[in-house]
Design a binder for this molecule. Sequence first.
Ligand code: HEC
Length: 134
Amino acid sequence: MKLILSILILLNISYGSVVQNYLDELKQEAKKENPNFVDFDVTNGEKIFTSKHIGKKGKEISCTSCHGNDLRKNGQNFFTGKFIKPLSRKVNPERFSKTATIKKWLKRNFNDVYNREGTAIEKGDVVSYILSKE
Ligand code: HEC
């Protein structure tokens, strides 16, 4: 029983810290981008997530065009119409549990909306915003 409890606690710690480790990694990069960098900015993250830009295929879109405004609800892909599970970990615990998945989709999705990959500061801002909205 004790062993099972210890394993559960360990799993929980490593699970919860995936996105925290990723944010720490982004912070190190952010300091290289801007020596005066202090911390990620949720307000700027909101702007990044909700503002519209001419993105992929010359269409005007934002992150919310696919993920919606309520992160606890399903989104719908602007291009394909496919449903996208909520970004909120409260209703979709798989979110932000694998660094490779987070990196892959941020890179792809920044390109969809901004036609470029996004800086470490921008990624940190927008991830902090998403986590703050859960
Ligand atoms: C064209 C539609 C589209 C747009 C625009 C879009 N996304 Fe996504 N996003 C997806 C899809 C599809 C997935 C992967 C499918 C899934 O995870 O349900 C995804 C996955 C993600 C994930 C993965 C999280 C995880 O760990 O599972 C994050 C974070 C994310 N998007 C953030 C963003 C941000 C930030 C923007 C704006 C810069 C954005 N998305 C714009 C479609 C989009």
